[in-house]
Ligand binder design. Sequence first.
Ligand SMILES: Cc1cc2nc3c(=O)[nH]c(=O)nc-3n(C[C@H](O)[C@H](O)[C@H](O)COP(=O)(O)OP(=O)(O)OC[C@H]3O[C@@H](n4cnc5c(N)ncnc54)[C@H](O)[C@@H]3O)c2cc1C
Length: 311
Amino acid sequence: MESWDLIIIGAGAAGLAAGIYGARSGLKTLVLEGKMAGGTTVDAPLVENYPGFQSISGVELAQKMAVHCRSTGVTIREFEKVLSLDLKGEKKIVKTNKTTYEAKAVIIASGSHYREVGVPGEKEFRGRGVSYCGICDGPLFKDKRVIVVGGGNSAIMTTLYMAELASEAKIAHRREAFRAEEALVRALEAKKNVEVLWNTEVKEIRGEKLVNKVIIFNKKTGETKELLVDGVFVQIGEAPNSQLAKEAGVEVDEDGYIIVDIRQRTSTAGVYAAGDVTNHPVKQVGTAVGQGITAALEAYGYIRRPYYYKQ
Ligand SMILES: Cc1cc2nc3c(=O)[nH]c(=O)nc-3n(C[C@H](O)[C@H](O)[C@H](O)COP(=O)(O)OP(=O)(O)OC[C@H]3O[C@@H](n4cnc5c(N)ncnc54)[C@H](O)[C@@H]3O)c2cc1C
């Protein structure tokens, strides 16, 4: 079995920052990534709030982070998905789709995924009219009819964005009021080409090769009807990729986010978490980087026990 000082799960902003600090601390560091290195940052067309880069595409920023990480001596293995974890003992066992590793410490930086509405047709038409990222897929729906599902900030931002591109933009919210920043709600109200469907649930997504309609249900009137649309943007939040950690006994909060303390320690000794998978209230590139750094330096302290390290 291959043996490492530190194994990091996920090569997004948090995992890559952790990798840099792990390797530069002298730890033999492995990053395991189920897809390509870069994480969710690649979904951002432009990042304009990460210090040092006034405006940079998410893809370019993510690539720069991966190149930087590798240059410090970190091994990044892409398309190697972690399937299970055994974290209880002193040796942490990490099983992937390719092999099994052991490590002295583990950092979980596995990010989050978009929540699904869970209706018939959603999985079938994913990528064929069903999208979870307005900024990524919006241009595909230029001059088409779209419906956004949700009532929070991201749903409103997506609707505002789509109102500029689509021929018709609707937003279906299952309640009677939005749960979003007031400035966004005001901006939405000012849009003439947006229709808000209150108390409305999307019950089914239909189509042939591509989406062509949704079935909606009004909870207040009890009315069910068909709506012709080309695109459905599901914007009902994210859920953490914490299932493996949870199964391995790491404590998570009621929404499944890994509970960490200010030093990124989880409930299991030698196991740290960083970035969007944690219960940290802010989910941004900058915060993910900061948490990744802290997690790696804590893992270093745990493994090497320098004189200044406090348990
Ligand atoms: C459309 C969009 C725009 C955004 N714009 C901005 C912005 O402008 N500025 C900003 O600061 N933030 C922005 N964000 C948020 C930012 O992208 C995230 O907060 C940040 O990328 C989180 O980094 P992370 O490392 O925690 O997780 P991620 O970047 O999601 O990385 C997690 C990685 O773990 C991998 N992984 C998961 N499970 C496993 C497994 N079992 N085995 C192996 N690998 C696994 C995933 O494949 C993924 O690569 C945006 C997000 C989106 C979706």
